[in-house]
Design a protein around this ligand. Sequence first.
Ligand code: SF4
Ligand code: SF4
Length: 128
Amino acid sequence: MKLLVDFGNGNTQDPAIASAILETGIAASIERAMMEEDGGWVLLSVEDGEEERFSAALAKRGVASRIQTNSVVYNADECVDCGLCTSLCMKHVFSFDKDWNLVVDADRCVLCGRCAEFCPQRALTVQK
Ligand code: SF4
Ligand code: SF4
């Protein structure tokens, strides 16, 4: 399960993620990060079932986080099955089933936004 960690308060010097891993013993890996001088966010992959406990350990350090689900919203009514998104997405979120219907595995998404930007039908929206 993914956890979106918000460093929007500018608290980028404190090693909150590392110390939460040490305190809880929960395995967490960084899938994607966006950091600037005044803050940013980190998308973590956290052991299934441990998201709430890890989030609480971050909160103790003044860092907000939330479970990230439904990262990509797919509007099948707009899609024309062109397949562009299947080649654009580096995380293999999109594929076709045996009937050539688009299948979206949104849990794999790392919020890069590329699919939403380039879908010719505007059939995809990325939520974060
Ligand atoms: S790029 Fe857009 S229109 Fe093309 S298959 Fe993907 S969602 Fe459908
Ligand atoms: S936002 Fe990026 S990682 Fe997520 S589905 Fe789109 S292309 Fe793939």
